[in-house]
Design a protein around this ligand. Sequence first.
Ligand code: ADP
Ligand code: MG
Length: 319
Amino acid sequence: MKMMRKTAVCLAAILLLTLGFGGCGISQEPETRTVFAMDTVITLTAYGKNAGSALDAAVQKLNDYDVLLDVDSGDIGAINENAGEFVGVSGEVYKLLSDCVEFSRQTDGAFDITVGRYVELWGFRSQTRVPSDEEIAEAEEFIGWEQIELADGKVKIPEGMQLDLGAVAKGFVAGKLKQLLTEYGVTSAILSLGGNVTTLGKKPDGTQFVVAIRDPNDADAYLDTVQVSDSAVVTSGSYMRWFEQDGVRYHHIIDPKTGKPADSGLVSVTVICTDDTAADAYATAFFVMGAEKTSEFLKSHPEMNAIMVKTSGEIIRIN
Ligand code: ADP
Ligand code: MG
């Protein structure tokens, strides 16, 4: 991945602090690995006798996924480079893209991995800048999840379109790493990938993991904690990656319907559920949808909890 992206995001990456408190009892020292991948600081913590070897394997896998899901390399890069043609991809990527199409359908396009051209226009992959309305209008015809074709393990997007998995990649990978740790016999772990935290089982002392949700207005403070086991806690926020031009702030979550940074009155959305990929996708989608639409949506999704922070500072907790 490009260095500029990495540097830009590094500072904003750690929004969720995993807190060590919660219970006494058995004290079992965890194994930890910290790496920089997928544009963010990643800390993997696991308990138990296979923890060390499991985490080493996880770090290796993390690097493989970094390549696989990047816009310029691996399966996603191949789809983008060969836009207009069907491209064969791995089973995992095929499933992920199928899921992404479903997330788009469910959210009426608030989540849309075809926003690549918009992301490029706003320079979030290189040099940030405000594009003109004409540029946005020109890019519009190359946006639209309905145009992704999936058939027999192959994927095709129209010429000119660019997939960007930024809104779902970390969640997907978090889930895969959790699966890998399970294969190594690990039953207790907490993985933090920037705004994505996921937990496997409970802490060795039988208590739940405590995850702090950062205060969007203060990097050193948190505004809430949640207690979870076997669940993902994923936050999307306008404070994670942004730039300022002529006194106006522009952030990295794009409303696919306008081609501009979503302006739904939220500064952050946290989604808590057992499915890592879904948690990441929905956190981004809810940020675009705003508090009202999200509250309505969650009425029929009891499997998901959400914590939304409005620009006014009001906190809304659902489920
Ligand atoms: P982060 O990457 O900071 O964890 P998100 O999960 O919300 O935050 O993903 C934001 C990234 O996803 C953007 O940087 C961009 O690459 C891409 N993106 C932006 N808007 C959308 C959208 N509406 N749907 C899907 N992907 C998006
Ligand atoms: Mg996301």
